[in-house]
Design a protein around this ligand. Sequence first.
Ligand code: OSB
Ligand code: MG
Length: 368
Amino acid sequence: MKVQRITLREIRMPLITPFETSFGRVTDRRMLLVEADTDGIAGWGECVAGEGPFYAPETVETAWHILRDFIWPLLKGRDFESAAEVWPTLETIRGHNMAKGAVEAALWDAEAKQKGIPLWKLLGGVRQEIACGVSIGIKETLEELVATVERELAAGYQRIKIKIKPGNDVTPVERLRLQFPRIRLMVDANSAYRLDDWPHLKRLEAYYLMMIEQPLGWDDIFSHVELQRRLDTPICLDECIHTEEHARAAIELGACRIINMKLGRVGGYTPAKRIHDLCLSKQIPVWCGGMLESGIGRAHNIALSTLENFTLPGDVTASRRYWLEDVIDPEVAVTPQGTIRAPDSPGIGYAPRIDRIEAISARKEILV
Ligand code: OSB
Ligand code: MG
């Protein structure tokens, strides 16, 4: 698989409704798409870096810079046996996992397309139908939150996650539990609390949550160990886990009992599979997180979610929850049972709509 050229594009799409987390509010997404041309076959990836460095250090700008100035020189002219060789090639670059993950995923797509098989099968996926939950941003009012949850449950989604922050946590959770006593419910704090807040977080335990996602510092595994000791509810780590070594430390130290997996956060399929296998051997369930992706990133999340240890519903949802019109054909759709069926067609199995992608591109750079 010879890497002939890479095209970077920044597309812009407005969200149907703004998405608010403890670290900010997004109304318009800027997304960096990577198209990798290999022996005449194009593979696609999406860089999940945000507009600003508020979830993680990377941004669209830093990723563009790293892809053009450091990743491309390592890939240019290379002839890979398989996409599994890409991640080791990039290892000399420290960090910048979202930039690495975008191009690595594009090359996995290209390999699957060259072999004429679905990406999820190439990865070793064991189920074609994946279970889906939703992530609901912080809402202005409890009524709006309840109405949103009602709508998502009616659409079939199997698990509800709400974003919380100090001052907006116990009240919405209590309200949802009163209204929906039996649903699978969880919260995501995106690092909004300190260890000292543990007595307050303990109050959430009255509402039998499936898990509390990333309550403490984005790079602070140690404080989560202390917190998990004080809580019965499982902690799920997201922001803290960038490498297999982080995952091993978190598991061995008891910082979490569940891990949220994001391709971009860990740097691609090769590290994701390694962390997945480690978690499987330690009986730590994983699920696939989301980053408000366009259809390209969504398609990759679907493929990843077919791996054996993805036993909990992920934040992988229909295109229509976020976009009036997505950039892939067909769009991602969810069944009335709250599942998504991984496609039978080669690669990611959803065709990028080049005309639409070009039309909404704010910039483009071809690396040769
Ligand atoms: O923490 O999981 C997160 C979105 C942007 C940044 C971080 C997160 C999220 C989500 C949205 O929760 C998940 C989705 O794409 O639906
Ligand atoms: Mg999260």
